[in-house]
Ligand binder design. Structure first.
Ligand SMILES: Cc1ncc(COP(=O)(O)O)c(C=O)c1O
Length: 393
């Protein structure tokens, strides 16, 4: 049988990261490649209690089908939390999803026709490229600077191209760790309004700030924007719960798309997470995660200062899970990857995060899923591999 697949499948590759990281299944390899939260941060006991209590008190209800929008008290909880952070949204503007990854797919379904233009950050979240690709858009990219998008370049593109959506990860971006300054957020909101481009703000790391001051999402100064959130990095990624915040007109369409996809997100899990949030101090839990990640980030930076050649640059994120390394121009992080594997250490070559295939001399390091010894040893090994690469140039 010769299967005749839809054309869109030929334009969407398997996740490069998942493919490349297969080599890291070898237990001798220290991997800074994956993007996993630290499992020490998972509230196993508290979730176990929440499950037991839920089943004992509301078991048959929690095992039933439910509404597409999601469990109302959970949506109220999210709206309240936003309110305390200076963002005015109601529960009606929130749709519970299968992680924020599903938000990308739903936005693609609702907004993107073939050849529509989507503007991405350069670099951007790899799986956003994959999720949007299924809707066959044309990607445009705009460079990132230390404090967010290059606004001049952005205006240039918005004024010359008919851009439908601008996709951005405004806090502790995956892959770079970069966070937009308050000034850039405000200017970005103004520009998107001026050119009537839809803001798609993905914010799974916003709560993981371990230094510096809190800055509200761009959505707080752009009512018509669309914002994603997730429980993956503050409770558990395996539970696959996220949400999308959107104005009523957009919400209508998102609900239709979501109904067609999966009727609703896992209702039992929504009830478990709500039970957990109701009975546990989430702020204390998040603070523990921040402290853990801050120590891991600081250790990784100390080791990079010690073991990396001085011409190598890297970001110093104030939160999140990733660091971004830039090697001298003309070098290749794919070549470095081969050398690093020989030293038993892995990372993700940066090219994967560029829709236009550039970024050859960049790479992403995750600092949250390695113990101290692995960070020390792994960065030392990576430093050796970088020295070898540079000496062969
Ligand atoms: C920027 C960004 N968006 C979305 C996701 C997907 O997260 P989830 O579906 O677990 O909420 C991730 C996960 O790493 C991410 O980094």
């Amino acid at each position: 049988m010769k299967y005749n697949f839809a054309q869109r499948m030929s334009k969407t590759p398997r996740s490069f990261v998942r493919e490349i990281l297969k080599v890291t299944e070898n237990p001798e390899i220290i991997s800074f490649g994956g993007g996993l939260p630290n499992p020490q941060s998972f509230p196993v006991k508290a979730i176990s209690n929440a499950v037991n209590q839920l089943l004992a008190e509301n078991g048959s209800d929690a095992l039933q089908y439910s509404t597409t929008e999601g469990y109302e008290p959970l949506r109220e909880y999210i709206a309240q939390r936003y309110f305390s952070q200076g963002l005015n949204v109601t529960a009606d503007e929130i749709l519970i999803t299968n992680g924020s990854q599903q938000c990308l797919d739903l936005v693609g379904k609702v907004f993107v026709d073939k050849d529509d233009k989507i503007l991405l950050e350069k670099p951007t979240y790899l799986a956003a490229i994959q999720a949007f690709s299924l809707y066959e858009p044309e990607f445009k990219s705009v460079p990132l600077q230390k404090d967010g998008v290059d606004l001049d370049a952005l205006e240039d593109i918005l004024s010359n191209e008919n851009i439908k959506l601008f996709y951005t990860v405004t806090s502790f971006q995956n892959p770079t760790g970069i966070t937009y300054s308050k000034r850039k957020r405000e200017k970005l909101a103004k520009l998107l309004k001026k050119y009537e481009t839809v803001l798609i703000e993905d914010n799974p790391y916003g709560e993981l700030r371990f230094m510096g001051d809190f800055i509200p999402p761009v959505k707080s100064c752009l009512n018509e924007g669309i914002l994603f959130g997730s429980f993956s990095k503050i409770v558990s990624p395996g539970m696959r719960l996220g949400w999308i915040v959107a104005p009523a007109e957009v919400m209508d369409k998102l609900i239709i798309a979501k109904q067609a996809s999966d009727l609703h997100s896992n209702y039992f899990t929504q009830r478990v997470v709500y039970q957990y949030l109701k009975t546990n101090p989430i702020d204390e839990h998040i603070q523990k995660i921040r402290n853990l990640y801050k120590n891991q980030r600081n250790l990784m930076i100390r080791m990079m200062e010690k073991y990396f050649p001085p011409e190598v640059e890297y970001t110093q994120p104030e939160g999140g899970m990733f660091l971004w390394v830039t090697l001298p121009p003309g070098t290749s992080s794919m070549e470095l990857f081969e050398m690093a594997i020989e030293e038993n250490v892995a990372f993700v070559p940066g090219q994967a995060f560029y829709a236009d295939g550039s970024g050859e001399n960049t790479l992403r390091l995750n600092f949250t899923n390695s113990d101290d010894k692995s960070i020390e040893e792994g960065i030392q090994r990576l430093g050796l591999a970088i020295e070898k690469l540079l000496s062969e140039k």
